[in-house]
Design a protein around this ligand. Structure first.
Ligand SMILES: [Fe+2]
Ligand SMILES: [Fe+2]
Length: 178
């Protein structure tokens, strides 16, 4: 059996799965928005298509764990569908570098978020912890790829970075609860 415990712990893991599935779903929507706008063969689009494929894998894994453990998805899914796509499309419309700045900002927050979850899980749920650790490493790779490709060169980078990170933290807080 996995690390099921009665009461609080169980509720905590359910909330973790809910927010993580919401986040990975949001990530697929952001990248879908960006890929809808970017020229298909530009280097940024190729980079983003590779990351998007990894987000699909993360999402599929959380979908599976949620079904297995009977955890309901966030009620905000329809919001993340639209907001994620809009954020992706808007940043890609600004510039290729702004699209990368979006990944840089989001993955900075996701790295922190997954790190916090791993601390909280400790040895409690090795199955979930292993997935989170693996996905976290890939998110960090996305962040570093975006930075190496010049994310910080986007016009208005500091404002864009702060705004997207704040939005991401808000989305995380909401998806844990609703
Ligand atoms: Fe992901
Ligand atoms: Fe990612």
């Amino acid at each position: 059996m996995t690390g099921w415990r009665p009461g609080e712990r169980q509720a905590d893991v359910a909330s973790m799965l809910r927010v993580d599935q919401a986040g990975e779903y949001g990530a697929t929507r952001i990248y879908a928005g960006q890929l809808a706008v970017l020229r298909p063969n530009c280097p940024e689009a190729k980079m983003i298509a590779r990351m998007a494929a990894q987000e699909q894998r993360h999402l599929a894994r959380f979908d599976h764990l949620m079904a297995e453990r009977r955890v309901r998805p966030t009620a905000l899914q329809p919001l993340w569908n639209v907001a994620g796509f809009a954020l992706g499309a808007a940043t890609a419309l600004m510039s290729e570098k702004a699209a990368l700045a979006c990944t840089d900002a989001i993955e900075t927050e996701i790295d922190r978020h997954y790190g916090e979850q791993l601390d909280r899980l400790g040895d409690d749920d090795p199955e979930l912890a292993a997935d989170i650790a693996e996905f976290r490493a890939e998110e960090v790779e996305h962040r570093d790829t975006a930075r190496a490709a010049g994310a910080a060169g986007a016009i208005g980078y500091p404002v864009l970075n702060a705004a997207i990170r704040a939005g991401c933290r808000l989305a995380i807080a909401l998806s844990k609860r609703i």
